[in-house]
Design a protein around this ligand. Sequence first.
Ligand SMILES: CC(C)(COP(=O)(O)OP(=O)(O)OC[C@H]1O[C@@H](n2cnc3c(N)ncnc32)[C@H](O)[C@@H]1OP(=O)(O)O)[C@@H](O)C(=O)NCCC(=O)NCCS
Length: 161
Amino acid sequence: MEFQVLAADDWKLLRDVRLQALKDSPGAYISSYETEASWTEASWRRSFADALWVVLRNGRRIIGLARSLRVEGRPPDERHLEAVWVEPRHRRTGVMRALLLYLTELEPDVHNWLLWVLDHNAEALEAYERLGFQPTGERQQLTDSSGRTEVRFRRSAVSIP
Ligand SMILES: CC(C)(COP(=O)(O)OP(=O)(O)OC[C@H]1O[C@@H](n2cnc3c(N)ncnc32)[C@H](O)[C@@H]1OP(=O)(O)O)[C@@H](O)C(=O)NCCC(=O)NCCS
């Protein structure tokens, strides 16, 4: 197993794994396979701006993906975790925990990790709570007329349980 921080020149690799995630878990994300399958090279490269894309590889195969995003206007010690995905056969084996620990090591000055989860995504809600994230109490309806709602979680950068 090997961690890797992707560079913008790895955009094709990112596209492949992200499209795999969107196809595998369409209910987990706001975006869709159809939307991102139509993205240009420039769009994929833009997704690296102010962000770290990290993967966990098992040989050539990518088994975990996550994006850590610095949001303009937010405190510098805060990051938003996005696009988390673990290949189904490797779920519940600690891949997401390992990705989070890796990000924590990469960005030691980050003290607050924030993320939004769709409120029907029971497995992600459970997993994040197991990893020490707590609801902030914020809840918002998506603006895409789907009627879906997402809830926000936060974890300080103290050790992951
Ligand atoms: C949610 C997801 C990322 C979890 O990844 P994972 O690698 O299986 O998680 P881990 O193995 O690191 O587990 C971390 C903790 O969560 C728990 N957990 C993981 N999946 C769980 C589930 N489905 N139900 C209950 N607990 C779960 C684990 O037991 C572990 O806690 P423990 O060590 O105290 O037992 C993975 O299920 C996934 O990719 N789902 C589809 C995409 C998705 O929903 N992404 C999140 C978008 S916000």
